[in-house]
Write a protein that binds this ligand. Structure first.
Ligand code: ADP
Ligand code: MG
Length: 306
């Protein structure tokens, strides 16, 4: 069964997209079958991995991206996944095993224009279609926008683990706290659609610090985050196994350059990749592989937590 991980924080710009793209690439390099689902209308991970020309074609067609499973509703996820998404300009596969469910700007319409059927809400439609492809993957990753609105809800409802990218600052901590409050509201509202087969709602199992500048001590922000995690654990609002990841990602220019090149960091040729930030992403992928919280202990249900 695929492990389904959503990357989310209520704060933008903390590194959700760069972490998910690079961790997905590291997992694929280790031979895992990975599906990255872009659920952010800004389409950053889609544009990054498809590069602008291929992404533009999908954006113009108004078909073949995540919103088209809702409107016109004739596409199914299994038919619109871009297999082995990382290609060179001749179309040769650069990283076998990394697939993408692309998103285009029209995903914004799921927040207002799309008429949600209260008997069959968007997150249920999405989840049902993810289940059709789950057997083909070891990991399914959801890149969420910084909110718990409709597009995000698709990933959150379908996920079994949540990861919170954070920067070592007070705003990331505020974003984390706000997100937990909003998650709780969504879980209570959607609890009636949860079947036993789906298991419990996903809870936070990891906080990942990103963009750490050289010579900056992150001891204090880490301690503050740990205190908040402990408090949430007591209230059963995060997984009992939730932890701050040991591996952190340093701030490095190559991360921004990789976006321009349309490659994950591990495929960029540079010394920084071998013994710098590339190693950070690899360490994170290893830590995620080793920290499979749902495999070891059944979690209690957050929807009924206080
Ligand atoms: N470790 C890093 N080092 C340098 N720049 C980074 C790093 N992580 C992210 N960035 C840059 O910070 C910006 C925001 O990151 P992004 O991953 O898009 O955040 P989010 O998805 O949370 O909005 C991007 O321009 C990205 O390239
Ligand atoms: Mg993003």
């Amino acid at each position: 069964m695929a492990r389904k991980l959503a990357f989310i924080n209520y704060k933008g710009g903390v590194g959700k997209t760069s972490l998910i793209v690079n961790i997905a690439a590291c997992l694929a390099k280790k031979g895992k079958r990975v599906l990255l689902c872009d659920l952010d209308t800004q389409s950053n991970s889609s544009i990054w991995l498809l590069r602008i020309e291929r992404w533009n074609r999908i954006n113009m067609e108004k078909r073949g991206s995540s919103y088209s499973i809702f409107d016109p509703g004739e596409d199914r996820i299994k038919d619109i996944i871009v297999k082995d998404v990382v290609r060179d300009n001749q179309g040769n596969v650069q990283l076998p095993g990394l697939d993408l469910l692309p998103t285009t700007f029209n995903l914004i319409d799921i927040e207002n224009e799309y008429k949600i059927n209260p008997q069959n809400p968007h997150y249920l439609i999405f989840n049902e279609q993810i289940r059709e492809v789950e057997k083909d993957y070891d990991f399914i990753l959801y890149d969420c926008p910084p909110n718990v609105l409709n597009a995000s809800q698709c990933g959150i409802f379908s996920a079994d683990e949540l990861y919170v990218p954070s920067n070592p600052d007070a705003l990331s901590l505020i974003g984390f706290t706000l997100m937990i409050e909003k998650l709780l509201l969504f879980y209570r509202r959607s609890a009636g659609f949860r079947t036993q087969e789906m298991g419990n709602f996903a809870r936070v199992s990891g906080v990942i610090f990103n963009s750490i500048k050289a010579n900056v001590d992150i001891g204090v922000p880490k301690m503050r985050m740990q205190l908040r995690l402990n408090q949430f654990k007591k209230q059963r609002l995060v997984s009992n196994e939730a932890k701050i990841y040991n591996a952190c990602v340093r701030d490095a220019t190559i991360v921004r350059r990789a976006v321009t090149l349309g490659l994950p960091v591990c495929l960029v040729e540079s010394r920084d990749v071998v013994d710098g930030v590339g190693q950070d992403y690899d360490d994170l992928a290893e830590e995620i592989l080793a920290h499979n919280v749902n495999a070891s202990a059944p979690s209690s249900d957050m929807a009924s937590a206080s």
